[in-house]
Design a binder for this molecule. Structure first.
Ligand code: NDP
Length: 481
C-alpha cells in the first residue's frame, strides 16, 4: 500500500488539518492566526492570470522537429540544418472566444510553435490559414473588437463583424477561407499550420532569401460542416489532441518552405510582405525540409500551456524579420502581452525558458528566478558576456524613404479580391462551394444582421466572384446584380 504524503503549506510546513479551520471552541469564530486557512483562501483568489485578449482558448503539446533536407544554402539557423532534432512546444487555439468557449466554432486557429534550439528559443507564431484579415497593425484592436463583444449588451454580433469586413475589403481572402469548412476544423491534428508572414533567411555567407513556412498535416485535412461543428462537445479539440497522444497516436506534419530569392521581392507580381496574400505555389514551389511530430502531453496545463508565451520576436541567427507591417506590429505586441499577463520574468518559467545558457544583463523584477551574477553592466573589464555581431551578418537590408502613413505601394497584380477569387474558381470543389455559401448565409442571417447590412454583404461577395455573390444575394433575398 502506498504511503500518502503529508499535506503541507506552500512553505512546506506540515498542514494542521485538511478539513477544519481554527476556531474558538467548536462553535466559535475563526482566528486570524490560522495562516493555513488564509493562505488557501488568498491563493485561491489569485488562481487566474488574465486570459489572453485573443487566442484565449487553446491546448498544446510537446514534440520534435526533425530536418531531413539540406537548406544550409538558405539559412545558417542550427535548427534547420540537415539531421537537426529540436524539442518543441505548440499551442493551438481559437481566436475570438474566451477561455471557456467552444473549440469547434467558426474561427481561424492559432498554431504557435516554440523550438528550444541550441541558439535560443525560436518561436513561429502561425495560424491554420496562410493569410490574415488586415495588413496594417493599426487596425488590429479594432478588428478584434468587432469579432468579440458589444459594449452595451456584451453579446457577440454578426452585424458588427460584417460591418468591419465590408468596410475592410482586404479581409476578403481570409474571410473566404474562414467561410469554407476549413473555418471549422475537425481537430487540430487535421489542419495545416502556416507561418503566414514572410521572414528573412540568411546563410553563413550572409546571403539573403525570403521564406514562408507551411506545416502540412500528415493526418490529412478534416473539417466539420457547420452543423457538425455546432453539435460538438465544447472541449472537442483539447480532448482529441490529448487522447491521441496518450494512446501513442502521435500526429505529425510535413514541414515545407517557399523560398524567394531576395531580389525578386521588389517587383514580384504580388507584394510578398502583404499578409492578406499567399505566394502561389507555381511561383515558388514548396520545398519539403523535414517532419514535426507531437509526442508528449503537458503534465500541467496551467504551468505549461496557459503560461506558455510565444513571441514572433524570438528569431535566432539565420532568421530575421521582414517588412511585413503585421509582423512588425506583432514583434512588439506579443512580448508586451506576456509582461502584462504573466509578469516581467515570464521567460524564467520552465516552459518559456531556453534550454541553452542565458547571459543577459536584464535582471530583478517580480518573481525573478534566474538572476545573473556580476558583472551587471556592459561594457565591463571583467570578462562579462559580449555580443557576437558575426552571427547576425545577413540580418540587414536597405530601407529608405519619406516617413508617411500610407497603404503599401501596389505591385502589378495586387488587389483585395483576386486571390479569394482564385480560391473560389480554381481550388474549391462543388461541395466546398455549396458549403461556403451555406456558411456565409448561416452567418449573415443571424437575427442581429440588419436589412441595411445585407446588400453590403452581397456586394462584398460579388467583388470576390460574381456567381458567389449572386448565390449569397439569392439566399439573403437581396435583389439586383
Ligand atoms: P495551387 O492550386 O497550387 O494550391 C492551392 C492550395 O489551396 C492547395 O495546395 C491547398 O493548400 C489549398 N487548398 C486546397 N483545398 C482547399 C480548400 N478546400 N480550402 C482552402 N484551401 C484549399 O494554387 P495557388 O498556390 O496558386 O493558390 C491558389 C489559392 O489557393 C490561393 O489564392 C489561396 O486562396 C489558396 N491557398 C494557397 C496557398 C499557398 O500557399 N499558395 C495555401 C493555402 C491556400 P494547402 O496544401 O496548404 O492546404
Amino acid at each position: 500500500m502506498s504511503v500518502r504524503p503529508t499535506t503541507t503549506t506552500d512553505a512546506g510546513i506540515a498542514a494542521p488539518s485538511d478539513d477544519h479551520s481554527q476556531s474558538v471552541g467548536p462553535n466559535g469564530p475563526l482566528l486570524l492566526q490560522d495562516h493555513y486557512l488564509i493562505q488557501k483562501m488568498a491563493h485561491f483568489n489569485r488562481e487566474r492570470v488574465p486570459e489572453r485578449v485573443v487566442h484565449a482558448k487553446g491546448g498544446g503539446a510537446f514534440g520534435t522537429l526533425e530536418i531531413t533536407e539540406d537548406v544550409s544554402q538558405f539559412t545558417r539557423a542550427g535548427l534547420f540544418q540537415k539531421g537537426a532534432r529540436t524539442e518543441s512546444l505548440v499551442r493551438f487555439s481559437s481566436v475570438a472566444g474566451e477561455l471557456g468557449s467552444a473549440d469547434a466554432g467558426r474561427d481561424p486557429r492559432g498554431f504557435s510553435m516554440k523550438f528550444y534550439t541550441d541558439e535560443g528559443n525560436y518561436d513561429l507564431v502561425g495560424n491554420n490559414t496562410p493569410v490574415f484579415f488586415i495588413r496594417d497593425p493599426q487596425k488590429f484592436s479594432d478588428f478584434i473588437h468587432s469579432q468579440k463583444r458589444r459594449a452595451d449588451n456584451h453579446l457577440r454580433d454578426n452585424n458588427m463583424q460584417w460591418d468591419f469586413w465590408t468596410l475592410t475589403p482586404e479581409s476578403a481572402h481570409q474571410v473566404s477561407l474562414l467561410m469554407t469548412d476549413r473555418g471549422t476544423p475537425a481537430s487540430w491534428r487535421h489542419m495545416n499550420g502556416y507561418g503566414s508572414h514572410t521572414f528573412l533567411w540568411y546563410n553563413a555567407a550572409g546571403e539573403k532569401f525570403w521564406v514562408k513556412y507551411h506545416f502540412k498535416s500528415d493526418q490529412g485535412i478534416k473539417n466539420f460542416t457547420a452543423a457538425e461543428a455546432d453539435a460538438q462537445d465544447p472541449d472537442v479539440h483539447i480532448r482529441d489532441l490529448y487522447t491521441a497522444i496518450q494512446r501513442g497516436d502521435h500526429p505529425s506534419w510535413t514541414v515545407q518552405v517557399q523560398v524567394m530569392p531576395f531580389e525578386d521581392a521588389a517587383d514580384y507580381r504580388f507584394n510578398p510582405f502583404d499578409l492578406t496574400k499567399v505566394w502561389p505555389h507555381a511561383d515558388y514551389e514548396p520545398i519539403t525540409i523535414g517532419t514535426w511530430t507531437l509526442n508528449r502531453n503537458p503534465e500541467n496545463y496551467f504551468a505549461q500551456i496557459e503560461q506558455a508565451a510565444f513571441e514572433p520576436a524570438n528569431l535566432v541567427p539565420g532568421i530575421g524579420a521582414s517588412p511585413d507591417k503585421m509582423l512588425q506590429g506583432r514583434l512588439f505586441s506579443y512580448p508586451d502581452a506576456h509582461r502584462y499577463r504573466i509578469g516581467a520574468n515570464y521567460l524564467h518559467l520552465p516552459v518559456n525558458a531556453p534550454k541553452n545558457p542565458v547571459h543577459s544583463y536584464n535582471f530583478d523584477g517580480a518573481m525573478a528566478y534566474r538572476n545573473p551574477t556580476d558583472p551587471v553592466y556592459s561594457p565591463n573589464s571583467v570578462n562579462g558576456p559580449a555580443a557576437d555581431p558575426e552571427l547576425w551578418k545577413g540580418d540587414s537590408y536597405d530601407v529608405a524613404g519619406e516617413i508617411v502613413r500610407s497603404a503599401y505601394a501596389l505591385h502589378s497584380e495586387d488587389d483585395d479580391f483576386g486571390q479569394a477569387r482564385t480560391l473560389w474558381e480554381k481550388v474549391l470543389s462543388d461541395t466546398d462551394r455549396d458549403n461556403m455559401v451555406g456558411n456565409i448565409l448561416g452567418h449573415a442571417t443571424a437575427p442581429e444582421v440588419s436589412p441595411e447590412m445585407k446588400p453590403r454583404v452581397v456586394e462584398y461577395w460579388r467583388n470576390v466572384q460574381k456567381d458567389l455573390g449572386d448565390r449569397v444575394a439569392q439566399g439573403l433575398g437581396v435583389n439586383g446584380s
